[in-house]
Design a protein around this ligand. Structure first.
Ligand code: ZN
Length: 166
C-alpha cells in the first residue's frame, strides 16, 4: 500500500504524520505556552519533535482567539497546538501539509475584527464543515458532534485518533 494520490505536494496531517514516522519520528509533544486572556487574545503552543537519531525540532505557533468565550479560547489553543505540530512535522519531513485554516467562530457577524495572521493560510476559503486535522469534508452530524466533543471539526477517523491519543 504505497502512494496516497495527492494533488500538489501537500499532504494531509495524517499522511504527514505517517511520513514522519517512516522517517524515524520518535516523539511528538505539544506544550501550551500561553492561554488566551482578556489582555492578549491569542494562544501560543510549541511542538517538540524528537527523531530516532536524537535530533530535536521545535516550532511555535500562535492563533488568535476571536472572542473571549471559553470555547473560542479553548479552540484557539487546540488550533495553535495543531499548527505547531504541523510546522514541526514539515520541518522534519521537508514536506508541506495541507491544513485547513481553522475557521474562527464567524457566527456572530459584525465582530469581524480578526487581523490576518502572518502565517500561511489555506489557499481557498474552507467551509466550517471540513475536518480540522485532515481536511476531509464532514457531514453536519460529525461537525456538530466533534465541535462539541473536541472543540473543533473532525472527521470520524480523526475523532477516533483524537480520542485515542488522550
Ligand atoms: Zn480528519
Amino acid at each position: 500500500m504505497q502512494g496516497i494520490p495527492n494533488q500538489n505536494k501537500t499532504l494531509s496531517y495524517e499522511a504527514l504524520l505517517k511520513k514522519a514516522k517512516d522517517l524515524g519520528l520518535r516523539r511528538l509533544e505539544t506544550t501550551v505556552l500561553r492561554f488566551p486572556s482578556a489582555r492578549a487574545g491569542y494562544a501560543v503552543c510549541s511542538a517538540t519533535l524528537e527523531a530516532d537519531d536524537g535530533s530535536i525540532y521545535r516550532e511555535v505557533a500562535s492563533v488568535p482567539a476571536v472572542s473571549s468565550s471559553g470555547e473560542t479560547q479553548a479552540r484557539a489553543v487546540e488550533c495553535a497546538c495543531i499548527r505547531a505540530k504541523v510546522h514541526v512535522l514539515e520541518a522534519f519531513t521537508g514536506l508541506k501539509c495541507k491544513l485547513d485554516a481553522p475557521a474562527p467562530a464567524q457566527r456572530h457577524v459584525g465582530e469581524a475584527t480578526l487581523a490576518p495572521i502572518q502565517s500561511r493560510k489555506a489557499p481557498e476559503p474552507v467551509p466550517d464543515e471540513a475536518c480540522s486535522e485532515c481536511g476531509a469534508p464532514l457531514t453536519y452530524g460529525h461537525y456538530e458532534f466533534s465541535t462539541r466533543m473536541f472543540k473543533r471539526p473532525l472527521c470520524a477517523a480523526c475523532q477516533i485518533n483524537t480520542a485515542a491519543s488522550r
